[in-house]
Design a protein around this ligand. Structure first.
Ligand SMILES: CC(C)(COP(=O)(O)OP(=O)(O)OC[C@H]1O[C@@H](n2cnc3c(N)ncnc32)[C@H](O)[C@@H]1OP(=O)(O)O)[C@@H](O)C(=O)NCCC(=O)NCCS
Length: 119
């Protein structure tokens, strides 16, 4: 289940964000989380599996009214179980298909798109 980020989840969200290759630096991580907290155009969601928060997706609203997937990560203990794909499906439902990848998320996003095309 995809839930909206709130500040009480800040630490777990930072832990998940840190799995993104370009978010290894603590300063950068803090800036990113602040952006999601302060800027209404930036929206962060967490994936809850039973009682555990194990995944994260974050988007930002672009000028052309599409939402760019900036961040996607899953706790390594829960990978390869389809959670990444489910998060993208849910995000597309929330934003009515209006989601595009960023440079950092394009590989996984395109993989999901290609699989959808084959279904
Ligand atoms: C990418 C990520 C979110 C996938 O989460 P997940 O829950 O394991 O994904 P799913 O179980 O839904 O899908 C697994 C499939 O995605 C593939 N995959 C994993 N990481 C991938 C990546 N970076 N690019 C493309 N495909 C990837 C797996 O090989 C697997 O393929 P298969 O279905 O053909 O076996 C997770 O690996 C992660 O957190 N990575 C670190 C953060 C990151 O690099 N994010 C940017 C990704 S572009």
């Amino acid at each position: 289940m995809l839930i909206k980020f709130k500040s009480s989840y800040e630490k777990i969200a930072m832990g998940l964000l840190a799995y993104m290759p370009d978010e290894k630096n603590v300063k950068k991580l803090q800036q990113t989380i602040k952006k999601y907290e302060d800027d209404d155009r930036w929206q962060l969601y967490l994936w809850k599996e039973a009682e555990d928060i194990v995944g994260l997706v974050g988007v930002s609203l672009l000028e052309n009214e599409t939402y760019q997937l900036n961040h996607i990560s899953v706790n390594p203990s829960f990978r390869e179980e389809g959670i990444g794909k489910k998060m993208i499906t849910c995000l597309k439902k929330i934003y009515k298909g209006n989601v595009v990848p960023s440079v950092q998320t394009t590989l996984f996003f395109v993989k999901c798109e290609n699989e959808k095309g084959r279904e």
